[in-house]
Design a protein around this ligand. Structure first.
Ligand SMILES: NC(=O)c1ccc[n+]([C@@H]2O[C@H](COP(=O)([O-])OP(=O)(O)OC[C@H]3O[C@@H](n4cnc5c(N)ncnc54)[C@H](O)[C@@H]3O)[C@@H](O)[C@H]2O)c1
Ligand SMILES: N[C@@H](CC=O)C(=O)O
Length: 493
């Protein structure tokens, strides 16, 4: 049965791809159902495009690039600000679409719309500051400098856990730089991307500048990666798929930006109030039901406060409500699909078989097949999957440590390097950990760390490049050096 979706503006719910300013069916007649993970009901269908249609999107982006790059930066800024205003005006509908397709609680979905829109405003302004340099010349009678130019068409491939913000953080930067984009959202959450396209059109972003393609993910990605005319690939998703796409881009030597998985340590120092730290750890672990690249995956607590910390953590965790994200008072929605539930269960089983203790988490209480009740494990060790893998589920694992050197070694014992949390008020310990932790982002005494002004990204196998901040736009810019020679006598050359 198809669930009826009630929106203030029903035109925001689109079930077609968006290419060259047109809503498009699949030429081969293939389509795919999109379901609400909370209820299993079908929300709608998306077309699976054929290879020629994906290439058609590249044609459209190529043609549109000529005019879009030629606009002045302030003209592109105005269109992006109009898009921002529309995202704000339709916040409630966008949040409803997101909760239906992704499952996150409505207040979190509203927060993501706000968060996603904030990147559009940020990059609208940053586009006006893509300054080149003047270079003191070593060549007689010459003037040297650099210009910043858009790289060209950018393919943006995004995940289902943040269906809107992961697109705007890329697209706004690319569009502000003067690039045109082809977005391939996750098939689980296409409707947020299509609503973004509808609003981009209303904002006066010309046909071909912002395209959304849908299809079989490996097929679509392979075409976009192999296309010589696509100059940049920006991918957010798992490290496994990121590696694959990096290889696929080698043939055309593309600019590649990767925002991949995380396995964040959450370190609690001996000086911390165990209750305060435990409450913060619960907030850092269970956002988006644990399906967050920043989720506190490995909670490392000084042995002197470990037991008290565990008690407070369990108490706070027990107060979390699991249910349909459309209902009020829900803290955790469903996982995205049945495989995610199976993976969570197998990670818990693996930990228990290797000696972890189950403190809380009874799956008999789950309100539906895609739901997973929060789990607390203690005695977690580096041999367990819950330590080694990004569990992407509401499964919290706690480990005790003895001193700073040991916790640094434990925290860095992962192929991932996205984000780390440190909770302590000891300034020497803070500085030592900050310098020693092999992560792209370290947040001290704060669960919240993201937002438009910050350079978001990881080291090691968590990615390449940074999004947001004053450098995020550089992922979509080339530096062109110029030498103006034979100028006659140039003062200062
Ligand atoms: N670092 C960050 O900023 C960040 C942000 C959000 C999510 N993530 C990561 O994303 C992952 C969860 O998202 P996911 O499950 O959607 O990731 P995923 O890698 O499975 O999918 C991401 C995108 O790639 C596509 N895809 C899937 N398989 C593919 C294949 N074989 N070939 C080509 N494309 C393919 C998907 O359709 C989707 O659009 C987690 O690892 C999470 O940490 C990272
Ligand atoms: N919370 C992250 C998304 C990771 O999954 C962000 O802010 O980008």
């Amino acid at each position: 049965m198809t669930q009826s979706i009630k929106l203030e503006d029903p035109r925001l719910f689109r079930q077609h791809a968006y290419i060259d300013g047109k809503w498009t069916y699949g030429d081969g007649g293939r389509d795919e159902a999109v379901t609400d993970p909370a209820t299993g009901e079908v929300l709608g269908h998306i077309p699976l495009l054929e290879a020629d249609q994906i290439r058609g999107a590249v044609d459209a982006a190529e043609t549109a690039f000529v005019h879009w790059r030629a606009l002045r930066a302030d003209e592109r800024c105005e269109r992006l600000l109009a898009w921002y205003d529309l995202l704000q005006a339709h916040r409630e509908d966008l949040a409803t679409i997101m909760t239906l397709e992704q499952g996150k609680p409505l207040p979190d979905a509203r927060g993501e719309v706000e968060y996603g829109a904030s990147f559009v405003r940020w990059f609208a302004e940053e586009g006006k500051r893509t300054f080149g340099e003047t270079i003191p010349s070593h060549i007689p009678n010459a003037a040297l400098g650099t210009l910043k130019e858009p790289v060209g068409i950018a393919a943006l491939i995004t995940p289902w856990n943040f269906p809107l913000a992961m697109i705007t953080r890329k697209a706004a930067a690319a569009l502000a730089a003067g690039c045109t984009v082809i977005v391939k959202p996750a098939n689980e959450t296409p409707f947020s991307a299509l609503a973004l396209a509808e609003l981009a059109e209303r904002a006066g972003i010309p046909a071909g500048v912002f395209n959304v393609v849908l299809g079989d993910p490996p097929e679509v990605s392979r075409i976009l990666c192999a296309e010589e005319r696509v100059k940049a690939l920006s991918f957010t998703g798992s490290t496994r798929v990121g590696r694959l796409l990096l290889e696929q881009c080698a043939g055309t030597v593309k600019r590649v930006s990767l925002e991949l998985g995380g396995n964040a340590p959450f370190i609690v120092g001996p000086d911390m109030d165990p209750k305060e730290a435990a409450f913060a750890a619960v907030a850092a672990k269970f956002q988006t039901a644990g399906q967050d690249c920043l989720a506190a995956n490995r909670i490392l607590v000084h042995e002197s406060i470990h037991d008290e910390f565990v008690e407070h953590f369990a108490e706070r965790m027990a107060a979390l409500t699991v249910g349909n994200g459309l209902e009020s008072e829900v803290d955790l929605g469903p996982l995205i699909h049945g495989q995610a539930v199976d993976k969570a269960a197998s990670i818990v089983d693996d930990a228990l078989s290797r000696g972890a203790t189950l403190v809380a988490g009874d799956q008999n209480q789950a309100p539906g097949p895609n739901f997973f009740m929060p789990v607390l494990l203690t005695g977690v060790t580096p041999q367990m999957q819950v330590w080694r893998e990004e569990n992407f589920a509401p499964v919290a694992g706690i480990t005790a440590y003895a001193d700073d050197d040991q916790v640094i070694e434990m925290a860095n014992d992962t192929e991932y390097g996205l984000a780390a949390y440190v909770y302590t008020h000891d300034i020497r310990r803070i500085w030592k950990l900050l310098r020693a932790l092999e992560f792209g982002m370290v947040s001290v005494n704060s669960v919240k760390m993201t937002g438009p002004p910050v350079p978001f990204g990881g080291v090691k196998q968590s990615g390449l490049g940074r999004e947001g901040g004053i450098t995020g736009i550089d992922e979509y810019l080339e530096t062109k050096y110029y030498c103006l020679g034979a100028l006659g006598s140039v003062s200062g050359s």
